[in-house]
Design a protein around this ligand. Structure first.
Ligand code: HEM
Length: 145
């Protein structure tokens, strides 16, 4: 579970980086449909950056929700990691839904600001989950010896 959590953090960081580029380059509405771009599931040069943002968002979602499931089925998980892992899962679902609204409402400034704000909260929760997961593992080893 700790390695899925770590992978989520790395993929999430790349996603935020690409999101910043989408915003700064004015590419937010380059793919006007939701959830797929007009040419379907495959990327097209015209929509590539926006498509990459959505594709990595979907991957991040799967990784973060898998981490939360892993946290809940791991008997050694304490309350702190359950809280951060669950909040990260809630934030990632909210963030993807919000992404759809950002497109639907044509990049409304308030929604873009909330999209950034929730992205930061999501990063914080994922980082804490990674830290707790690695510490949990260390504590288990120390208890065993
Ligand atoms: C885990 C999911 C996601 C995260 C963490 C994330 C994060 C970000 C970040 C950090 C930005 C830059 C914001 C800024 O500089 O103000 C951004 C921009 C953007 N995101 Fe996402 N995003 C996610 C999912 C999505 C999804 C599913 C969509 C749906 C299409 C989406 C659509 C957009 C758009 C259109 C922009 C550019 C807004 C603009 O032009 O100002 N995002 N995202």
């Amino acid at each position: 579970m700790k390695y899925i959590a770590l992978a989520s953090l790395v993929v999430l960081y790349s996603l935020m980086f690409i999101g910043g580029y989408v915003s700064a380059a004015g590419l937010g509405l380059s793919c006007p449909d939701w959830p797929l771009c007009p040419n379907g599931i495959m990327p097209d040069q015209e929509y590539l950056i926006e498509w990459t943002h959505r594709f990595i968002a979907a991957t991040t979602g799967v990784l973060i929700v898998s981490t939360a499931v892993g946290v809940w089925i791991n008997k050694q998980s304490d309350r702190k990691i359950k809280v951060t892992g669950t909040l990260a899962a809630i934030f990632v679902v909210t963030q993807v839904t919000l992404g759809a609204l950002v497109i639907d409402l044509k990049l409304h400034a308030v929604l873009v600001a909330i999209h950034l704000g929730i992205g930061i909260l999501l990063f914080a929760m994922t980082l804490l989950t990674v830290l707790f997961a690695f510490r949990l593992d260390k504590t288990t080893i120390q208890t065993r010896t």
